[in-house]
Write a protein that binds this ligand. Sequence first.
Ligand code: SF4
Length: 370
Amino acid sequence: MGVQYVSYKPKKILNTHKHADSWFWDKYSAHPYIGCEHGCEYCYSRETKYSRGSNPADFSKIIKIKENAPELLRKELGKVPRDTVIVGDYQPIEKKTELSRKMLQVILDLDFPVSLLEKSPLILRDLDLIEEINKQSGASVTFSIITTKDDETKELFEPGAPSMASRFRALKQFSDRGILAGVAFMPILPFIYDDDENLEAVVKATAENGGKFVLSGGLTLASAQREWYYRVLEKHFPELIPKYQALYGDNYGPECKYAGELGKKVSRLCQKFGIKDRMPRYVPDGPLAVNRRISERLQNRVYRMELDCISQYKMWAFRKAAWALEDLTESVAEIYAKKGRAGLESLKGVGKSLAEEIVHQLEEGGCCES
Ligand code: SF4
């Protein structure tokens, strides 16, 4: 069956997250299509909660086009505070509709920062607009890449996606234009692409192509997507099924020790090649910049704790404090200057030890230039 395109006019397009995402730092997201012709076999969008109960096979075969996406985005972004938006989708139909380009134009007009996550070098078509947004309000581009082994991956896991080599070349072009660019090394497929050689090859190629960061993450398995992925394993790697069952059990993610070790290996490789293992956050100047900077640092600490598999309790304390700083309408530096440590402790979501941590960041962390 070929791909079927269905145009429609949704009533809403902008998703507003309760808190800024700690990977891509977006507060909003808006996408012009439902379904994806790239058809990656591991794609979490085949999960029941995302596919809304439709057949997971339809995900890459029926593409719904939100034909009023740019108009809706303009209307909805016009009503919310300025913050980073994840936008766009450069699967093949984008060539014809140019909806992602039109959405970028809206973002430029309304002066929002943008973050793009892509697998297709078609995004280079809009380099001019992304460059303008970057100069005006900040932009980042992340390419999703799981290995450097091109032919094999296309055949097994990403049947409709452009080559890895073309993604690395595109990454370089963004980086050459001074746009923050990096790689989402996700999902690292257990027992297939988690070997040291592949980890090093991806991080090295990112650095060589001007990438500034590699975000690593494991495969998640849930509902219909779990069944789908296991069918792919059965076909190509039946001997791995018992290993996956031991690693995942009935859980959504792999066991913590495995995920933590993998993340730490990628972090060490990033250090070796002089790039970061977290995406640097775009923070506009202004009195609240210090809040965002400290929040970013606290969230990055949470990431390290996750890799160390430490107690959820401690992680949640850091997370809540990071969110509290995000929500503050007054500079945390001013609160500290006026009311001291007690002022910080009285903030909702910030207890004694996190107040201590914030003081440390304010006094020694180099957070307070603006
Ligand atoms: S590019 Fe692949 S992983 Fe991303 S949405 Fe499309 S099918 Fe899913």
